[in-house]
Design a protein around this ligand. Sequence first.
Ligand code: URA
Length: 424
Amino acid sequence: FAAVDVIAKKRDGHELTEEEINWTIDAYTKGEVVDEQMSALAMAIFLKGMNREEIKAWTAAMLASGKRLDFSSLSKPTADKHSTGGVGDKITLPLGPLVAAFGVAVPQLSGRGLGHTGGTLDKLEAIPGWRANLSNDEIFQLLDHGPGAVVCAAGADLAPADRKLYALRDTTATVATIPLIASSIMSKKIAEGTAALVLDVKVGSGAFMKEESQAKELAQTMVDLGADFGVKTTALLTDMNTPLGLTVGNALEVRESLEVLAGGGPADVVDLTVRLAEEMIQAAGKDASGVRAALQDGRAMDKWREMILAQGGEVDAPLPVARHTEQVQASESGTIVSMDALQVGLAAWRLGAGRERQSDSVQAGAGVEIHAKPGEQITAGSPLFTLHTDTPEKFEAALAELSAAVKISAGPVEGGIVAAGTEL
Ligand code: URA
């Protein structure tokens, strides 16, 4: 095969064969198909799409580019959750220990944030000493004999083709397309070795999928891929027009997760955590009654402490705080009708919570604290947001992102308000 022929075939709207796909991914992993060729192919796929057979072959090839972990010899069943990415989505933090408290092993191989969406590893790294890189043996040990929940970086040997391709897509405007998202997520999750997988597919302004119909198609594609590769996969569609919870940013989101693990925290975060935990525990074949109680009575918090300590985290150390803050006030009185997740995510990113290039570091303390959410009454001059950063020169850019993020209505609100994380 020649890369240029494969690109031209997709450019002209034709179906790629399994052989062509296998060859392309293999050659790309080895560096024989170069980045500019893969970029062109990704754009052709973005514009022309792929059918189910092509997506399956593409996923299989990405999976075959690396190792596949196998937890079948563990003494417990495994289940994992994957979110397609959102703003303020810290659910993995309370969820892993909560599910582990029910005797289910949770091998959460996670990523870092890029652009306006946060990454679980960046959040946990706000905890002094916490270590994201574990060997496959360590993961196995922690699942079988340790806390039973592990959040760590995917090793370089899991779906290496995706690692390269994802970085390329991010810089070539080829992220938001179903074949590439579905194969990217599922190749990593299948390689991770979980037996059951619950997908939280986000819909709305802060998600890759802005429309419910697209999100449904993405969810169905991933559920089908799970079935193809023997991973029991289910999916929820949840709202991401509004940020989840009251914090966006790394240490800020850890703080809020601790509130949830202590039996408090914002209702949208608690409700989605409980819903996903029940789904995972059931998928693993265990009894899911009493999930909410496990947040109240400290069982989930005990697991959290074990999990953080096991990865070197100083579980009682104070979390980092940003050096500078600035408050944003409501300009009018009334009911908050909407709060745009994308704009709040971009503001947090500008403040230093996210990165522009993969090699950038993030500020642990940076982000946006939210004081009132859609559905709440607010009076002019009362606080809406507190911005946190170590680089105060970024306040202006963050304020610009937030300038149109909140809609306030003086009169009655028609049609009701959907809370962040609501199942659609
Ligand atoms: N998350 C991934 O891992 N891959 C994508 O393509 C999109 C979100």
